[in-house]
Design a protein around this ligand. Structure first.
Ligand code: NAP
Length: 309
């Protein structure tokens, strides 16, 4: 595999895949490095129904496969590898992976974010035994049982809706008295007879023997703790950006990368797209948009570097 590239994209979620397509189409020698199967968080979506132009809901896996094929058809190359080092020397970025080292004139970081943990006793112990961060993956194991969802954003509401089709009942607990989720979604959750919403409620402990059997909750308004029997606990309380490779690039207090409106970070030639960057709204469509803008700007940056070299 060629090691000197114009553009290297790290991360193969929607942002990275869109960047790969736009990079290759702009005639850049484009390599996308992803440690797992391309698709990122889109792979976990059961029914993608809000991507503009797609009226019939599609499965996230199928959608990701389409993005992947489209990028490959335009000439982007893909490598399954884990990146350990990214550093800039002069005009070049050096990228070290477990499958060899590469150089590039521009890099797009599209490494996404990882699910935040609730950090309560029992959470780590029962992970994979009733504690889950993926409803599509694990929901079917708890069919016709009582399940609990933690969180108040789009992810918690979306996943509670999905789980309500499988569960005997879903209890959705949120630490505040109002959802953060988009209004239309929040209204559907509140109107769903199989979902019981408990606001001002936090998780104190997840209990069980070999698997989850109950959860200790606290009603913050009544200042009362109580135990609830549940078979599974799904945690959707946001995520933390995977920005460790970005070196000196400026970040906000949560670690998300600041970019300008061309998706360039504070390091020249280093771009960020999707969930790893500071953004007011995180959707597949915005991730794809970030990727397209970043690839376009990377092409301009590469032209500039070549003209001044
Ligand atoms: P989010 O929007 O950041 O919401 C996280 C939720 O978890 C908030 O309600 C927050 O409470 C709560 N929370 C945070 N830390 C907590 C803790 N330690 N204990 C208890 N609760 C805690 O995250 P998200 O729902 O994962 O969504 C992330 C992004 O993806 C958003 O931009 C969202 O729009 C997007 N997304 C969109 C869709 C869709 O369009 N269908 C689906 C999934 C995700 P507070 O409200 O009190 O802060």
């Amino acid at each position: 595999m060629k090691t000197e590239r114009d553009l290297v994209i790290i991360g193969g979620g929607a942002a990275g895949l869109a960047a790969a397509q736009y990079g290759a189409r702009a005639n850049l020698d484009t390599l996308l490095i992803e440690e797992m199967a391309p698709g990122g968080q889109a792979l976990l979506i059961d029914r993608l129904e809000n991507y503009p132009g797609i009226i019939e809901p599609v499965n996230g896996y199928d959608f990701a496969e389409t993005l992947h094929t489209q990028a490959e058809n335009f000439g982007a190359e893909f490598l399954t590898a884990s990146v350990s080092v990214l550093k800039k020397e002069g005009n070049f970025f050096h990228i070290e992976t477990n499958e060899g080292n590469f150089t590039a004139l521009a890099v797009i970081l599209a490494t996404g974010a990882v699910h935040r943990h609730a950090q309560v006793p029992g959470e780590e112990e029962f992970q994979g035994r009733g504690v889950s961060y993926c409803a599509t993956c694990d929901g079917p194991f708890f069919k016709n049982k009582k399940m609990l969802v933690v969180g108040g954003g789009d992810a918690a509401c979306d996943e509670a809706m999905f789980l309500s089709k499988l569960a005997e009942k879903v209890i959705l607990v949120h630490r505040r008295d109002a959802f953060r989720a988009q209004k239309s979604l929040a209204s559907r959750v509140l109107a769903n007879p199989k979902i019981e919403v408990r606001f001002n409620t936090v998780v104190r402990e997840i209990k069980g023997d070999t698997k989850v059997s109950s959860i200790l909750l606290e009603d913050l308004a009544a200042k009362k703790r109580y135990e609830e029997a549940v078979a599974a606990v799904f945690v959707f309380i946001g995520s933390d950006p995977r920005s460790a490779l970005a070196g000196e690039a400026k970040r906000d207090e949560g670690g998300s990368l600041f970019t300008d409106d061309t998706m360039e970070t504070s390091v020249k030639g280093l771009f960020a797209a999707g969930d790893v960057r500071v953004s007011p709204f995180r959707q597949i469509v915005t991730a794809c948009s970030d990727g397209a803008i970043a690839a376009h700007a990377a092409a301009m940056h590469i032209d500039e570097v070549r003209e001044t070299a």
